[in-house]
Design a protein around this ligand. Structure first.
Ligand SMILES: Cc1ncc(COP(=O)(O)O)c(C=O)c1O
Length: 390
């Protein structure tokens, strides 16, 4: 066969990019072992019934046709309305475009903002697909660490040191996966200042917008940032709709026009009946409050359950569906710790450094399990530490 493109063969760095423990957990479960998984951010309950019913209804009503490149008007309006509430500034219909989940929004944002050869600054710890998505646009990147001791708030002076002549964008995520840090105003003002000074795009992944307890601040609301911020949003986490693949991007109308050109040659828009169900779900807010409340309650239950375990500390800004456990007093080698925890206690977690070196010595705990299993996980963790790390 002829050679595949360099672009596609270089999306992956060639290793498993931090998924080793998770993949081993899947393998062990396949072998019939009873694995308790706190590794991934996918809800342990279905999409709210109202949304499922709306999709069935739309399907039966014949909404199975091509849609428009921006998204059907009902969906675009619903997204604009929710965006206005989520980021606290008016967002018009002309400023949104529906995408196949947040990931497709990230991909489209890179394609829209960057040329091959450009350089991107990724604030790390970061969501695992970021490096590959930047490479897919033919660009290079530098990871800039947000440090655990700063509560995982990135520092503008550190970011400034990474700016190169060909830097075109900063990619950041608040509320953050994996740390749950919610970037504060001072942090965001620092980042905004850099973007303005160096004329950079800010690609701001805000897919955990609904899980911040009202504390989320979008950098697009800061002076001078509206025209240079591309916000990536999603219904995956907020509405328990990971498998439906609905997200959107918020940008200036001219940029939305560019995204529409991209949709035309890429996905040709998202599914019709799903769009209709998604529009209704956004309009009615189906599940949003309940989901946020569920993850908050679970977070509290897990924190309570681990409170007696010596030498581990939780970073919990309550912004998301995870808890970041600081195990640095026990070990910096979270990979080894997580592998042993899996082998001996059948508890599957994500080592922090899967998300970047600044999360070494941490474990990410997903709250996508019921409270009793989170308490059970805390017991296993305690037993493991007391027998293996005395
Ligand atoms: C920070 C972050 N961004 C984007 C995504 C992609 O979400 P989606 O399911 O909307 O593609 C995820 C999914 O886990 C995520 O954690």
């Amino acid at each position: 066969m002829p050679q595949p493109s360099h672009r596609i063969t270089h999306i992956s760095s060639g290793n498993q990019e931090g998924w080793e423990v998770y993949l081993r957990g899947i393998e062990m479960a396949r072998e019939g072992q009873d694995i308790l998984t706190l590794a991934i951010g996918d809800h342990d309950f279905p999409t709210p019934v109202e949304i499922r019913e709306a999709a069935k209804h739309a399907l039966d009503a014949g909404h199975t046709k091509y849609t428009t490149m921006q998204g059907i008007p009902e969906l675009v309006s619903a997204m604009a309305k929710v965006s206005t509430e989520a980021i606290g500034m008016p967002v018009s219909d002309a400023e949104v475009i529906a995408t196949g989940g947040g990931q497709a929004g990230l991909y489209a944002s890179m394609q829209a903002a960057l040329d091959p050869g450009d350089h991107v600054i990724i604030i790390s710890p970061h969501y695992v697909t970021y490096p590959g998505t930047v490479r897919a646009a033919g660009c290079s990147f530098t990871l800039v660490a947000a440090e655990a001791d700063d509560g995982f708030q990135p520092r503008a002076d550190r970011i400034a040191e990474a700016v190169r002549p060909n830097t075109r964008a900063i990619l950041m995520n608040t509320p953050n996966n994996p740390t749950c840090a919610i970037y504060d105003r001072e942090t965001l003002e620092g980042i905004a200042g850099l973007c303005i000074r160096h004329d950079l795009w800010l690609i701001s992944d805000e897919v955990y917008w609904s899980l911040s307890g009202g504390r989320h601040i979008s950098p697009r609301t800061l002076p001078g940032m509206k025209e240079r911020t591309l916000i990536v949003m999603s219904m995956s986490k907020s509405h328990a709709m990971t498998g439906w693949r609905v997200g959107w991007v918020i940008a200036e109308p001219d940029m939305i026009h560019n995204f529409m050109q991209h949709n035309l040659v890429n996905s040709y828009g998202i599914s019709d009946f799903i769009s209709r169900a998604a529009a209704e779900a956004l309009d009615r807010g189906n599940g949003v409050g309940e989901l946020a409340e569920t993850f908050h309650r679970r977070g509290e239950a897990f924190l309570e359950a681990i409170s007696g375990i010596n030498r581990i500390h939780a970073h919990n800004d309550a912004g998301g569906m995870y808890i970041m456990l600081d195990i640095r007093e026990i070990t910096m080698d979270a990979q080894k710790f997580a592998f042993e925890l899996l082998e001996t206690e059948k508890l599957c977690t994500m080592p922090g450094d899967s998300f970047g070196p600044s999360a070494a010595g941490h474990l990410r705990i997903s709250l996508c399990q019921p409270e009793e299993l989170l308490r059970e996980a805390a017991k296993r963790l305690e037993r493991f530490i007391s027998t293996h790390y005395t």
